[in-house]
Design a protein around this ligand. Structure first.
Ligand SMILES: NC(=O)C1=CN([C@@H]2O[C@H](COP(=O)(O)OP(=O)(O)OC[C@H]3O[C@@H](n4cnc5c(N)ncnc54)[C@H](OP(=O)(O)O)[C@@H]3O)[C@@H](O)[C@H]2O)C=CC1
Ligand SMILES: O=C(O)[C@@H]1CCC=N1
Length: 276
């Protein structure tokens, strides 16, 4: 456990720096899971945003440099391009041994360690937006000085709003491409299916209701039956029927290949973000 840790049984003091979409999602999940609001300070350079978070969640706000003073755990939730400037702001104010958890795409633990005091425990995480509804999927990798207790704390932070897996850091670009960006691909497919319903003459609200519940139903089947998606797809595909007519078009338009290429591009972009 890091030197600055609260004694066992006392809640950890937390600073969340950058409270945009993901920072707020993690913060809200933690508060729902029992983290006391009076042990949380947020810091965002967009002041109106920080005030909005204070009003919504009952936490305190401060500049990033002040927010980290007294914090046992510091969550970095700014864009990768803003990370270097943020690390400059907080480096000399961190408590000795405070755990630093970054959720920024592409930013490696080595990058953080090189810009923080020697020996700082660092973890790199990749959550996703379904964390907003407690259905998040996150991965976490420990840095060089991140001990078992530090990793357990990073995991606790993410578990507030979904599932968490621990992975080797060399998988993080792939994970960013699959589960980090993943919700966007599914929303894109949903948009396309709703448009198709409208093309076929359905009222937009009817098409939306049909598609959304179909996605929820299909996702629930995947989760609850544990069947391979191929088996579930075959159950829908009657010989000579409508589903095969549609799937043949998807194959002809190389949709499966497009998904592979798209996720490769996302992983490459994650690796590029590390270069600044
Ligand atoms: N959105 C997603 O689905 C996911 C995002 N991530 C990662 O999470 C991080 C945040 O993404 P997201 O929440 O979407 O981004 P947002 O732009 O919504 O939030 C980032 C916030 O940080 C603020 N900020 C920037 N620099 C500083 C600074 N130096 N000090 C304090 N606050 C600062 C920004 O202010 P301003 O608006 O003025 O720039 C903004 O309010 C990114 O690194 C991203 O890679 C990870 C998984 C999923
Ligand atoms: O698009 C991005 O870069 C971030 C990282 C994963 C999801 N959103």
């Amino acid at each position: 456990m890091s030197e600055s840790s609260a004694p066992a049984g006392t809640p950890r003091r937390l600073a969340v720096l950058g409270v945009g979409v993901m920072g707020e999602a993690l913060l809200a999940g933690l508060l729902r899971s029992g983290q006391p609001a009076d042990h949380v300070v947020v810091g965002d350079r967009y002041e109106a945003r920080a005030h909005q978070i204070v009003a919504t969640h009952g936490v305190r706000a401060a500049s990033p440099a002040d927010a980290v003073v007294g914090a046992d755990t510091v969550v970095l939730a700014v864009k990768p391009q803003d990370m270097s400037a943020l690390l400059d702001e907080i480096r000399d104010r961190l408590e000795p041994g405070a755990l630093v958890v970054s959720i920024a795409a592409g930013i490696a633990t080595a990058y953080l360690e090189a810009r923080l005091p020697e020996g700082t425990p660092v973890a790199r995480a990749m959550p996703n937006t379904p964390a907003l509804v407690d259905q998040g999927m996150a991965a976490v990798s420990p840095g060089t000085h991140c001990g078992a207790d530090d990793l357990a704390e990073a995991t606790r932070l993410l578990e507030g709003c979904g599932k968490v897996v621990t992975v080797a850091e060399h998988h993080m670009d792939a994970i960013t491409a699959i589960s980090g960006s993943g919700p966007a691909y599914l929303f894109y497919v949903v948009e396309a299916m709703i448009e198709a319903g409208v093309l076929l003459g359905l009222p937009r609200n009817t098409s939306t209701e049909l598609v959304v519940q179909t996605v929820v139903g299909a996702a629930t089947m995947l989760k609850e039956t544990g069947e391979h998606p191929t088996v579930l797809r075959e159950q829908v595909s009657s010989p000579g029927g409508t589903t095969m007519a549609a799937l043949r078009q998807l194959d002809d338009h190389k949709v499966r290949a497009a998904f592979l290429t798209a996720m490769e591009a996302a992983a490459h972009r994650s690796a590029e973000l590390a270069q600044g």
